[in-house]
Design a protein around this ligand. Structure first.
Ligand code: PLP
Length: 391
């Protein structure tokens, strides 16, 4: 049976070249980067070369990149690191963070935790496309606001937020701006030289790198409190012996992303557009979720009347097609996605949604196969759906 992977927003396969770059650091180049001997120096140099490659992809300086265990840790480090540094300073004014209602749980759950610790958090609404309202953002700034954290692009519906405008507002009010760019880096141009962003999260496994490694960009001059104590690695910001093979993998994935991004994404976008048009044309009562233009080039997200998303995923899986109903983290919970509810869908509509995210390995044949299988599967599911028959 044909197997078609359309879940690149959940994770990507490791690129061959990335794997090859990593392999020596599991075996002969095994040194601890903190050791002073040649083994240690070799590992240390590999980390610094990777730092240059990550920095180069986003237009940062080498000393602005901190390696972490992935997007989740980068988000935690950004939010908690800034929050804990400001808690006492802003005690009188009421320390206040602004975020959005559609963030990844790595940001949302961290904010909820910070609320329990006495911080105030404002969760901005989004419109039907998933875009925040810049006026609401501006009106939400209080005397105690010290941080705005709004994602670059949403992991479920692919909507790209107005990062430049958000950053300008942050600068105007002298507030730091963190953006979770886990889904954006490597897919669209992210240049911190041009963007007024202070902190930015990256994850390797979304860009054909390994799982369990990421980075946080921290603009020169921005201070944050370390959230784990230890030997003072990464300039004292992130203690713990570095994941050398992982970091080498992230660096190589960033180098390749820089070279391939334009070609990859114009090809992927064409396939994605064919998929969207094909599905909307051939499936009755199908709708696109997310913004029609301001969206990631690889994201297609649909809503189908009288369809139960989990059943759809299982039927597609039987046909060899790997897709997702929401984000990978929430797809095992039968709770309607907070993102889909935030854009105004009812719980039933949210449950009838499907995310297809494309990547480097997808071909036109893959898209044709989905266009052949999906309308058929939806037809079958609707035949047995009381919601469809009642219509
Ligand atoms: N932020 C976003 C927008 C994501 O899509 C993800 C992963 O799905 C994360 C953060 C978490 O990244 P990681 O899996 O590297 O912890």
């Amino acid at each position: 049976m044909r197997r078609v992977y359309l879940d690149y927003a959940a994770t990507t396969p490791l690129d061959r070249e990335v794997l090859e770059a990593m392999l020596p650091y599991f075996s002969e180049k095994f040194g601890n980067p903190s050791s002073l001997h040649s083994f240690g120096r070799e590992a240390h140099e590999a980390i610094e070369t990777s730092r240059e490659k990550v920095a180069d992809l986003i237009g940062a300086k080498d000393n602005e990149i901190i390696f972490t265990s992935g997007g989740t840790e980068s988000d935690n480090l950004a939010l908690r690191g800034i929050a804990y540094l400001n808690r006492d300073k802003l005690k009188e004014k009421g320390p206040h963070i602004i975020t959005s209602s559609i963030e990844h749980p790595a940001v949302l759950e961290t904010c909820k935790d910070l609320e329990k610790e006495g911080f105030e958090v404002k969760y901005l609404n989004v419109d039907k496309y998933g875009l925040i309202d810049l006026d609401e953002l501006q009106n939400s700034v209080t005397k105690g606001t010290f941080l705005i954290s709004i994602m670059f692009a949403n992991n479920e519906i692919g909507t790209i937020e107005p990062v430049e405008e958000i950053g300008k507002i942050a600068r105007e009010y002298n507030v730091l701006f963190h953006t979770d760019a886990v889904q954006a880096v490597g897919k669209i141009n992210v240049d911190v030289k041009k963007l007024p962003v202070d902190l930015l999260s990256i994850s390797a496994h979304k860009i054909y790198g390994p799982k369990g490694v990421g980075a946080l960009f921290v603009r020169e001059g921005v201070k944050l409190k370390s959230i784990q104590t230890g030997g003072g690695h990464e300039g004292g910001t992130r203690s713990g012996t570095e994941n050398v093979p992982g970091i080498v993998g992230l660096g190589e994935a960033c180098r390749l992303a820089k070279i391939r991004m334009e070609d990859d994404n114009s090809r992927i976008k064409k396939l994605r557009d064919k998929l969207i048009k094909g599905i909307l044309d051939s499936v009755e009562e199908s709708y696109l979720n997310g913004h029609p233009e301001k969206r990631l080039p690889n994201n297609a997200h649909f809503r189908f009347t009288a369809i139960e998303g989990e059943s759809l995923i299982l039927f597609l899986d039987q046909k060899g097609i790997a897709a997702s109903t929401g984000s990978a983290c929430s797809s095992k919970k039968l709770k309607a996605s907070h993102v889909l509810l935030a854009i105004g869908l009812s719980p039933v509509e949210a449950h009838g949604s499907l995310r297809l995210t494309l990547g480097r390995e997808n071909t036109e044949e893959d898209v044709n196969y989905v266009l052949e299988v999906l309308p058929e599967v939806i037809g079958k599911l609707r035949e047995i759906s009381p919601l469809w028959r009642e219509k």
